[in-house]
Design a protein around this ligand. Structure first.
Ligand code: AMP
Ligand code: MG
Length: 411
């Protein structure tokens, strides 16, 4: 290594420092809210549940009536069902038959489950030992009126959207979608539909990265392919400035003769270039492109298909989430699994190997997919997790624990 490499954590932190939440929000209906990011706190307009109600099918009664030494006999004087309350007031020695979700009758404070009592006609016998308030769900227990039901910065999940509905809220104020331009670079790249030519390869990065962006909830602007030509590349980059919030390029960031991205970025804005102490994904450019007083953040990823995906996941993703307004940032889920093979690597860099998880005798194990070359996209298809080998590790023996990041929900 000629130049000191930046650590993964450092690169990510420096990107985060340049990624404030975008301005601009809009109102969307609940059906369009999945994956959007709340722009303001959602305060609950009502108590949920609105009334004290029963958590069980059983009988509601006054706890004070219970005999502590023996069974208590109670008269069943009515019944309450979900959505069909019983409208009387319960007196001493009385009970009301009650179903799950039904409003607790006035005067009652406790519910005993039906399988706990002996019922005979309109009388029941309740054993001692039933705690006061048992099986009663209190009004406002789920969400109290005026409280924050969902905080600003939350990327909405199915349960959140259901929670909004449970409050009677039909629209939400969310950040506008982040517009991200996607540009592939390379003379060898062919677009889909193009007839194969000698030395040509189909551009896959625009599809993998585009899908990862879509999964994050970004609006993807497909900027096609730029040739390895300074002018063509400069024009493509310049056109994107101000039109998109962020631009992601792939390829052309190494030190080869046709690698123009890093030099162009220096001309068109303020750019940092890093060799990141990671594999795959060593070279990366990051910075701000400027034109006519407008700015666009640029993430210049390496061209190798696996390297571009790994860089996106471990370096770029957090920055994009922050731009989208997500706060707090979700940690990637990391777990321990037993490695089936002995894994080796040099110290001084973080390695991301592709793994396949399996559950054996209650313990998660992980096996590497075949070749770990960063050009083999198939290894990402076969894998269902990434094995993360930290900076200082050099060897992990088969049977020892390693850290894995499962793909589910991510890739
Ligand atoms: P580069 O980073 O430009 O040196 O490219 C590294 C490797 O990735 C080369 O083998 C390229 O052909 C390949 N590559 C670059 N861009 C793409 C792309 N968009 N789709 C698939 N492979 C690519
Ligand atoms: Mg190239």
């Amino acid at each position: 290594m000629t130049e000191a490499a930046t650590s993964v954590a450092d690169a990510r932190a420096r990107i985060l420092a340049c990624c404030p939440a975008i301005s601009g929000d809009e109102t969307v209906g609940l059906h369009d809210a999945l994956g959007r990011v709340l722009a303001i706190d959602l305060l609950s307009p009502i108590d949920v549940p609105a009334h004290d109600n029963s958590a069980m099918d059983g009988y509601a009664f006054r706890h004070a009536d219970l005999d502590t030494r023996g069974d208590t006999a109670l008269d069943v004087i009515g019944s309450a069902l979900a959505g069909r309350p019983w409208h009387g007031e319960l007196g001493p020695g009385q009970a009301v038959r009650i179903m799950t979700g039904a409003v607790i009758p006035q005067g009652a404070d406790t519910v005993v489950a039906q399988e706990e009592v002996c019922a005979e006609g309109t009388r029941i016998g309740v054993r001692p030992g039933v705690a006061k308030g048992m099986n009663v769900r209190l009004a406002g227990e789920d969400v109290a009126r005026g409280r924050i039901a969902l905080p600003a910065g939350r990327q909405l999940r199915p349960a959140d959207i259901g929670l909004a509905a449970s409050l009677g809220v039909s629209t939400l104020r969310v950040f506008r979608r982040l517009r991200v331009g996607l540009l592939s670079t390379g003379d060898e790249l062919m677009s889909l539909g193009e007839a194969p030519r000698e030395g040509g390869i189909y551009d896959s990065n625009r599809y993998t990265l585009g899908s990862m962006l879509a999964r994050l909830g970004c609006d993807v602007v497909d900027l096609g392919i730029a040739r390895d030509d300074r002018d063509a590349l400069s024009a493509a980059l310049g056109a994107a400035v101000g039109d998109v919030d962020a631009l992601i390029t792939s390829g052309g960031v190494s030190a080869g003769d046709a690698d123009h991205v890093r030099h162009l970025l220096a001309e068109l804005g303020a750019v940092e270039f890093w060799k990141i102490a990671m594999k795959p994904g060593r070279p990366m450019a990051f910075g701000r492109l400027s034109r006519d007083g407008r700015n666009t953040l640029l993430f210049g990823l390496p061209g190798n298909p696996v390297a571009s995906m790994i860089s996106f996941l471990f370096i770029v993703r957090d920055g994009l989430l922050r731009l989208m307004g997500v706060s707090p940032l979700p940690e990637l889920p990391r777990f321990q699994a037993i490695t089936d093979q002995t894994l080796r690597k040099p110290p001084g860099r973080t390695e991301y190997q592709r793994g396949i998880m399996s559950l054996r005798n209650g313990q998660w194990h992980v096996s590497v997919t075949g070749s770990q070359s960063s050009g083999i996209l198939r290894s990402m298809c076969e894998a269902d997790c990434i094995i993360e080998l930290g900076n200082d590790l050099t060897r992990i023996d088969a049977g020892d624990p390693v850290q894995i990041i499962p793909f589910s929900g991510l890739l």
